[in-house]
Design a protein around this ligand. Structure first.
Ligand SMILES: [Zn+2]
Ligand SMILES: [Zn+2]
Length: 162
């Protein structure tokens, strides 16, 4: 299941939409993402990790990426790197099905870089959902700035999309 969120600038009206979570098509998405990752689409660090750990897994949950420098928002995936734990089921090691990461061991978090060179923070759907329900959400969203004008962004929606 995934969630959809919208951001809207209070000053210039600029809008941004993000899909978070996994959704029904997740097994397909997972397989495709892993193939692309092996080819190096998600950077050298992840490519090398999968070469060293053919049974390795990636956290392919869709997340919001927020640049801590310029405030840029982007749709992305968490892409943290995992290897099977002692309780991981055998068939999950083939990489064909999305593995249950709860039984896996986190090796490294993926460092997301913004075009400006700044570090991007991963914000999960649950976090946005909690934020949307908070009364003083605007206060808690001081980091969320419009990339066009620097105005304060408002969280406008939180609907299930799949
Ligand atoms: Zn704006
Ligand atoms: Zn940036």
């Amino acid at each position: 299941m995934g969630r959809f969120f919208g951001f809207r600038c209070r000053d210039c009206g600029d809008q941004f939409e993000v899909l978070t979570g996994t959704g029904r098509s997740f097994p397909l998405v997972y397989g495709r993402t892993l193939r692309l990752a092996v080819e190096g689409k998600y950077g050298e660090e992840i490519r090398r990790f999968l070469e060293e750990h053919p049974d390795g897994a990636l956290d392919c949950e869709r997340v919001l990426l927020l640049c801590t420098e310029c405030g840029e928002l982007a749709n992305g995936m968490d892409l943290s790197m995992y290897i099977p734990g002692e309780n991981s089921a055998g068939e999950e090691k083939s990489g064909a099905v999305p593995p249950d990461l709860k039984t896996y061991r986190l090796i490294r978090s993926c460092e997301h870089k913004c075009q400006c060179g700044g570090k991007m923070k991963v914000i999960r759907g649950e976090e946005l959902a909690r934020l949307a329900e908070t009364e003083d959400a605007l206060n808690k969203m001081k980091d969320f700035r419009c990339s066009e004008c620097g105005g304060q962004l408002q969280l406008t929606a939180g609907t299930v999309w799949d």
